[in-house]
Design a protein around this ligand. Structure first.
Ligand code: SF4
Ligand SMILES: [Zn+2]
Length: 333
């Protein structure tokens, strides 16, 4: 980790919202391609726990964390139980085929974020789901202690485990700016460990992170996604880099970073699906679609629907709107 850069990143943050232990940030449910030509419902629970120990420069997840250094034991299982009650009242045995993502805005296998003593209570709340997805930093997986925790959690779950890891970018300038505290060797070793343990892998890649020239950013995003697939990731999600943590706004005001446009996300997904061998699933992250640059009320909804269909079918689809709407002709500034 670059201490100077970490200090700059943290100093740029606006005040942190106060969060209460035991109170989640809610949930969403969406369909995901299941890798066999079908779709599977996946719900995501946004859990509130202690803050991540890293200081990645694009990250705004610290806004959804507590001020205390350790997540109070019991508070995650109670959030999951509460969300289970909100989403449906079905007992575990009656649940239809469904996946559950537990996103705690930090590293699931960091004992400060998720106390291993809480694993049984968490797993109890996750009974009946076909697959559990949790997030973790790849570099932590090189420690044998963390590997033991991953095995322990997996062995306690009567279903499939998937880990979600941020690769972000393989572009050298972006890697320096991202302050990710991780080498590509560490990332590949993490994927190798997970493969050897029969644990599924999803990888996050950023579109146009700081440091990458704008006219190269689609190519680097595609190359980063394809590298993750070569190294064994089953699913790769491409996320437009966004502002919102103070540091990204600072970079933008100094002309060092610009938010990506919808057309770039479309181009990247088109290239990925156009060259896909079918062994990995590529999706464009659409959670923040309404705030992406380069759309308007005329073209935005149909472009979103097209990307959703491409995500779901994993097939290229011709675009009727892209490049033809007046909003797409607004030049880069
Ligand atoms: S490891 Fe994840 S949660 Fe932690 S700072 Fe980086 S992006 Fe944010
Ligand atoms: Zn438009």
């Amino acid at each position: 980790m670059d201490d100077t850069l970490s200090k700059q990143i943290r100093a740029a943050r606006p005040p942190k919202p106060i969060r209460q232990a035991g109170q989640s940030m809610g949930w969403v449910r969406e369909m995901e391609p299941d890798g066999q030509g079908g779709l599977i419902p996946a719900r995501t629970y946004f859990l509130v726990g202690s803050e991540c120990r890293f200081s990645c420069s694009m990250c705004d997840l610290w806004k959804y964390t507590l001020t205390q250094d350790r997540t109070p034991i019991g508070s995650l299982a109670s959030q999951i139980a509460d969300l289970n009650r909100q989403v449906d009242a079905l007992p575990p045995q009656a649940r239809p085929r469904e996946w559950l993502k537990l996103y705690n805005a930090a590293n699931f296998f960091d004992p400060a974020s998720v106390d291993p003593g809480e694993y049984p209570a968490i797993l109890k709340q996750c009974e009946g789901f076909e697959r559990l997805v949790v997030e973790n930093h790849a570099s932590l997986l090189s420690s044998s202690k963390t590997q033991q925790l991953v095995r322990r959690f997996r062995d306690g779950f009567d279903g499939e485990l998937e880990l979600a890891l941020g690769l972000e970018s393989i572009e050298p300038n972006a890697m320096r700016w991202l302050n990710k505290s991780m080498s590509l060797d560490q990332f590949q070793a993490a994927l190798e460990f997970l493969r050897s343990e029969q644990i599924f892998v999803r990888v996050f890649v950023l579109l146009q992170p700081m440091g990458t020239p704008i006219d190269e950013s689609v190519d680097w995003a595609v190359a980063s996604c394809q590298a993750a697939a070569r190294w064994g990731a089953q699913r790769i999600s491409l996320i437009p880099t966004r502002a919102g943590n103070g540091f990204m706004e600072d970079l933008a005001s100094r002309g060092l970073w610009q938010a990506p446009r919808a057309s770039q996300l479309e181009s990247a997904l088109e290239q990925l699906l156009g060259h896909s061998q079918g062994s990995s699933i590529y999706t464009a992250d659409l959670w923040d679609w309404d705030s992406i640059c380069g759309i308007c009320s005329h073209c935005g909804p149909s472009r979103l629907e097209r990307l959703q269909r491409m995500n779901n079918t994993q097939r290229m689809e011709a675009s009727e709107v892209k490049q033809h709407c007046a909003c797409e002709r607004v030049p880069f500034h």
